[in-house]
Design a binder for this molecule. Structure first.
Ligand SMILES: [Zn+2]
Length: 459
C-alpha cells in the first residue's frame, strides 16, 4: 500500500496535474484559484486477519452445539427440521443490508466500504480469492467485513452506525462485555449477536460495542432491520467494522454475494435482496478542515471546520469508497455570489477500497456567507457547505435550489423557499435562535435539520 501510494503521488506531481486542461479559468470573469496542496492521503493498509483460525474454530464449535440443541428440540416437539439450506433462492432467507446509519449530519452520502469477503479457498493457505475471483479476502475468512468510512472512530463514538438483523429470526448468542477500541490485530474474542432464521440459517454480527448490543435476550425474536448493536472494534479488529457471517442450517458457510462466474463455491445465487456491486464507487462525504486530517488505525485527527474567516486556510476533504483505476472526480467551490472560486479535480490512479483527498486553499477577503462545494464523480453530485465570516444575523429569503442548504449565523430568520429535490438536505445552524417565517418552505422528501450551536461547531 505504502509503495503504491508513493507512486501515485509521483504520478500526480509530475504528470496528470501538468496535463490539466485549462478550460474554465476565465469563468465569470474571475481568476480561479488553484490549491497550494493537492494530494491523496496515505492511508493505513486494510486490516488483516479479523478472525484467527482458533477463534473461528471456537465459534464454529459453539454454533454446532447451539444448532444441535435446536434440532433436538425440534425433534422432541415433533416438528420437521427445515432442510432448505442451498436448495434455491425461494427456499432460504433473503438478506437485507446488515448495517444502518442514523443521522443526516452534514451530508454523509455513504458510511462504509466493503473490505474482505469470504475466502473461497478455505483450506488452501497459499490461495485467497473472493467470490469475484479477486483478492479482497484473507486466508480462511468466513464473512464480509464492512468498515465505517471516513473517520471510523468519530462515527463509532457518535454511535451513528448500527448492526441490524439482515432477516427476521431469533437471538441465539449475545456477548457484550469485551473492550471495544482495538486498533491492532491480536485480540481474540469480540462482542457479538447471532440470529437463527426460519430456515435454520444463522447470521453472525461481530466486533460490536461494549455494553452496546440489543437489550433483548437469547430466544427473543427480532425483525428485519432491528437494532442488534453499535459498530465498534472489539476483538481481532484494527478499526470499527462489522464482520457479517452467514451459515446454513447444517453449519455450512455461505458467501451471500454471488455473480455468475464460477468463483463462489459457497452459494448458487445471491442471498441479498439488493446485492451491493462488487465495486460501489462513491463519494462517502465531502468535508472542510482547518488542517489536513489524519486517518490511521490508532489515531484519527479530524480537524473538521465549517465556519471560516477570510484569510483562513481551507482544506477540502473528499472521502471516496471503492474507486477504480484512473478514476477522476471534479469539483467546484462556489462563493455566496454564485461565482466560482476554484475548479479542480482529484485523480486516483489506482483502484482502492477507500481514498481521502485533501486540497488546500487560502480564503480571500470579503465573500462572507455560505459557500458551496460541488463534487462530480461517476455522474453523481455530492455537496458540502461551509461559511466564511459567520454573521451575527441572517435573514435569507427567496427561492433557493441545488441542495443549497447550510446556513450558519448567530440568529437566523428564514423565509426561504427551498425548491430542492427529495433527498436533499437543509441544515440551519445558529448560536442563539432560528425562526422560520411565512414563506419558508422545504418540500416533502427533503431532510431539514436545525442545530443550535455556534459558528465554531463542526462535525
Ligand atoms: Zn472479518
Amino acid at each position: 500500500m505504502k509503495i503504491v501510494l508513493v507512486i501515485a503521488f509521483a504520478v500526480i506531481a509530475n504528470g496528470l496535474y501538468g496535463q490539466k486542461p485549462v478550460t474554465t479559468l476565465a469563468e465569470k470573469g474571475n481568476e480561479l484559484q488553484q490549491p497550494f496542496i493537492s494530494k491523496l492521503l496515505e492511508l493505513p493498509a486494510d486490516k488483516g486477519e479479523c478472525m484467527t483460525p482458533a477463534e473461528k474454530a471456537y465459534y464454529d464449535q459453539r454454533a454446532r452445539e447451539l444448532n444441535e440443541k435446536w434440532r433436538q428440540q425440534l425433534a422432541a416437539e415433533g416438528k420437521p427440521v427445515p432442510d432448505t439450506g442451498r436448495a434455491g433462492r425461494a427456499n432460504h432467507i433473503i438478506l437485507e443490508w446488515p448495517m444502518k446509519v442514523s443521522g443526516d449530519y452534514d451530508m454523509q452520502y455513504k458510511y462504509f466500504y466493503k473490505g474482505n469477503f469470504v475466502d473461497q479457498y478455505q483450506d488452501d493457505t497459499a490461495v485467497h480469492l473472493d467470490y469475484n475471483c479477486w483478492s479482497r479476502t484473507y486466508n480462511g475468512h468466513d464473512a464480509s467485513d464492512i468498515s465505517l468510512w471516513p473517520f471510523w472512530w468519530r462515527m463509532m463514538d457518535k454511535m451513528y452506525v448500527t448492526a441490524v438483523a439482515a432477516a427476521p429470526g431469533v437471538i441465539i448468542e449475545k456477548v457484550d462485555t469485551i473492550y471495544d477500541r482495538q486498533c491492532v490485530i491480536g485480540n481474540p474474542g469480540s462482542n457479538r449477536v447471532w440470529i437463527r432464521h426460519f430456515d435454520g440459517t444463522t447470521t453472525r454480527y461481530h466486533h460490536l460495542k461494549k455494553n452496546g448490543v440489543t437489550s433483548k435476550e437469547v430466544n427473543d425474536t427480532v425483525v428485519t432491520g432491528e437494532f442488534l448493536g453499535y459498530i465498534a472494534s472489539s476483538g481481532n479488529s484494527t478499526n470499527p467494522h462489522l464482520h457479517f457471517a452467514v451459515y446454513d442450517w447444517l453449519d455450512r458457510m455461505i458467501e451471500p454475494f454471488f455473480i455468475n462466474n464460477n468463483c463462489n463455491f459457497y452459494a448458487t445465487e445471491t442471498w441479498w435482496n439488493n446485492q451491493e456491486p462488487y465495486w460501489d464507487s462513491k463519494v462517502n462525504r465531502v468535508m472542510t478542515h482547518s488542517a489536513p486530517p489524519t486517518l490511521e488505525h490508532c489515531t484519527e485527527i479530524v480537524n473538521a471546520k465549517n465556519n471560516f474567516n477570510p484569510g483562513d486556510p481551507l482544506y477540502v476533504g473528499i472521502a471516496f469508497s471503492e474507486n477504480q483505476n484512473n478514476d477522476l472526480a471534479t469539483y467546484i467551490i462556489v462563493k455566496p455570489d454564485g461565482n466560482t472560486f476554484a475548479s479542480w479535480f482529484v485523480s486516483m490512479p489506482f483502484q482502492d477500497i477507500r481514498n481521502y483527498s485533501v486540497d488546500g486553499y487560502t480564503l480571500p477577503a470579503g465573500n462572507n456567507g455560505t459557500w458551496k462545494i460541488e463534487v462530480t464523480y461517476r455522474g453523481s453530485k455530492y455537496y458540502h457547505f461551509f461559511t466564511v465570516g459567520c454573521p451575527a444575523n441572517l435573514a435569507p429569503g427567496g427561492t433557493q435550489s441545488g441542495s443549497n442548504g447550510y446556513i450558519a449565523a448567530n440568529t437566523i430568520s428564514s423565509t426561504v423557499n427551498h425548491s430542492i429535490s427529495a433527498g436533499d438536505k437543509v441544515l440551519y445552524q445558529a448560536q442563539d435562535h432560528i425562526v422560520f417565517k411565512p414563506g419558508f418552505r422545504a418540500p416533502a422528501g427533503v431532510i431539514l435539520k436545525t442545530r443550535l450551536a455556534g459558528c465554531g461547531y463542526a462535525e
